[in-house]
Design a protein around this ligand. Structure first.
Ligand code: ADP
Ligand code: ZN
Length: 596
């Protein structure tokens, strides 16, 4: 039989999907292969079919027992002999499988990486007629990938023991860097590398800052998709349950799914969803691996995913049938902080840094105002055109832009003057004239840029910096130090200007620990400070709040600072303000302390 006949006879399909035929031909020619295709694109067939056309047995490495069992069951249904060896097998079963393998009828053997690399197992494999090795989920090999596993890394010994047996690696997501690393780690010889297009033209992508718990945004979104099938991803198990319950109270057909549920319950939810008995699954990321439901109309995330790789995989579960489908990501900065804390538990230092970088890239992706499809393409090393109308950013009304070239140059100059060795928080501290220990340690208070940026709050500085990341004027280097790119140099030299959506420059309202305006204690100290403020304001013909806000006065009244350092720790008093008004207020505070 030729490959078209096998396709029809065994699998029942008439046509190959993109890249399947190329993958199959490479394996039939005995060439090493790396195929990168999205989930659901049909990677399994790329190695199952050529195995059927060859004499011997192919060995498939896969990370999850459940996935291996699924595959074996599917193959048995197609009349193809396949087995899996894993730790859950009884001794009797294992003996039976070994003798079947020796008989030569088995076409596919599925095995976990930690077993494959055992010396006895390698010896056993050497006694069998092997066609090729398949490494499924091959991104796990790479430290630059998002799911690095050390047992996968050890697969590098395969080429030592089996120099003449081809290796075919498959993954759904790999940046150019990861692809090169996979090929290198597995020691592939002149591999054929096939990469599917990143652009999914039937997916509409949008990202919004989450307002409070995001529920009204979720309801707004669901209102536009009544009775449609969708997945909502939450961060924790509890959130998945709470949100599912909340949606049920709104008469929306939804159920929770997470790793903590009983096996039967998980199976039931899964089947209800696949059979369209419920519309929505509210799940942790445990849900969706290997799911084969083509009519998922939307995927909604309630918080920031950890990496662009996982985000792409998760939104990729929508619209497999090619019909228009939507995605919405709700996120905010605290998600990034929360997830960064989790990453700190990663024992491998190098890998931890990579995960941190991936997380901040995910945040910048969500926060960007550029075409989301194009950015996705850039991330994975694929050329994608600006989509025009398939992402929120392309559809946005033009916004009012404000020039921030001055601020941009202040920040870039701070990078330059500190030797591109510091993270953004420290750079902001320099610009805002902070008196932190780190500033003193490096003598940064002596820099000409020290204290020149007090007119913007930390939060607004962060947005300005996000904008510079977005414009690719800066990027992160080792240890999250901010470094300048070519465009940054141009901006610094005054060759290019920078603008930002004016709304980004509005100071966020601080949630004050102090009482609000109306019910604050109108004590004598506050009144005395206020008197001084209005006297100074009158003298300088300035509105009083420009000198110090009420909040600053309240803080002054409650702490009564006694020296410059204490004054500077008060909210709203930076170096510049201190220069102008610090001493008179300090004088008064000292006097008030004596009186009290
Ligand atoms: P992946 O491993 O890339 O996530 P699968 O191998 O699980 O994807 O394939 C996804 C689905 O596509 C399966 O149901 C499979 O049977 C189907 N499929 C694969 N190749 C073809 C083809 N050439 N024509 C039609 N359907 C196919
Ligand atoms: Zn776009």
């Amino acid at each position: 039989m030729d490959k078209y006949q096998v396709l029809k006879e065994y699998f029942g399909y008439d046509k190959f999907r993109p890249f399947q035929e190329e993958s199959i031909d490479a394996l039939l020619e005995g060439r090493d292969l790396l195929t990168i295709l999205p989930t659901g694109a049909g990677k399994s067939l790329c190695y199952q079919l050529p195995t059927l056309m060859s004499e011997g047995l192919s060995v498939v490495v896969s990370p999850l027992i459940a996935l291996m069992q699924d595959q074996v069951r599917n193959l048995q249904l197609l009349g193809i002999e396949a087995v899996t060896i894993h730790s859950d097998l009884s001794d009797a079963n294992r003996t039976d499988i070994f003798s079947r393998l020796k008989s030569g009828r088995v076409k596919l053997l599925y095995v976990a990486p930690e077993r494959l690399i055992l010396p006895q197992f390698i010896t056993f494999l050497k006694s069998l007629p092997l066609n090729f090795f398949v490494i499924d989920e091959a991104h796990c090999v790479s430290e630059w990938g998002h799911e690095f596993r050390s047992d996968y890394q050890q697969l590098s010994i395969l080429k030592e023991h089996f120099p003449d047996i081809p290796i075919a690696a498959f993954t759904a997501t790999a940046t150019r860097e990861v692809a090169v690393d996979i090929a290198k780690s597995l020691r592939l010889k002149n591999p054929l590398i096939l990469r599917g297009n990143v652009f999914r033209e039937n997916l509409h992508i949008s990202c919004q800052p989450r307002q409070r718990n995001g529920r009204s945004q979720i309801l707004d979104f669901l209102k536009k998709h009544p009775d449609e099938s969708g997945i909502i991803y939450t961060f924790t198990r509890k959130e998945s349950e709470d949100l599912a319950r909340f949606l049920q109270t709104q008469n929306i057909s939804a159920k929770a799914y997470h790793a903590g549920l009983e096996k039967e319950e998980k199976q039931r939810v899964y089947e209800d969803f696949v059979h369209d008995c419920i519309d929505i699954v509210v799940a942790t990321i445990a849900f969706g691996m290997g799911i084969d439901k083509s009519n998922i109309r939307f995927v909604l995330h309630t918080s920031l995913p950890k990496t662009i790789e996982s985000y792409y995989q998760e939104i990729g579960r929508a619209g497999r049938d090619g019909l228009p489908s939507r995605t919405l990501l709700l996120y905010n900065k605290s998600d990034e902080i929360q997830k960064k804390e989790l990453i700190q538990n990663t024992p491998n230092e190098h890998y931890r840094q990579i995960l941190e970088q991936k997380l901040s890239k995910m945040y910048r992706y969500a926060n960007s105002s550029r075409c989301r499809h194009k950015m996705m393409g850039q991330y994975f090393g694929d050329e994608v055109e600006v989509c025009g109308d398939k992402c929120d950013n392309c559809q946005k009304e033009p916004v009012c832009m404000e020039d921030i070239t001055t601020e941009a140059r202040m920040f870039l100059s701070a990078i330059y003057r500190t030797g591109s060795r510091f993270g953004q928080n420290h750079l902001i501290d320099i610009l805002r004239g902070s008196q932190s220990a780190k500033i003193a340690q490096f003598g940064h208070e002596k820099l000409s840029v020290y204290g020149i940026g007090t007119h913007r709050s930390k939060e607004v500085w962060r947005r300005i910096i996000d904008r510079l990341f977005d414009l690719e004027a800066i990027t992160t280097g080792v240890h999250r130090a901010v470094v300048m790119k070519e465009r940054g140099v141009d901006i610094l030299k005054g060759k290019e200007s920078v603008k930002i959506d004016a709304a980004q420059l509005i100071e966020p309202k601080r949630i004050s620990k102090l009482k609000t305006e109306d019910d604050r204690p109108k004590d004598e100290k506050f009144e005395a400070l206020r008197e001084l403020r209005s006297k100074l304001a009158k003298e300088a013909s300035l509105p009083a709040y420009i000198i110090f806000s009420d909040k600053t006065l309240l803080e002054l009244a409650s702490y009564l600072p006694q020296n410059k350092a204490e004054m500077l720790s008060i909210n709203g008093i930076g170096e510049v303000k201190y220069e102008r008004y610090g001493e008179v207020f300090l004088e008064l505070c000292k006097k008030l302390r004596e009186e009290s």
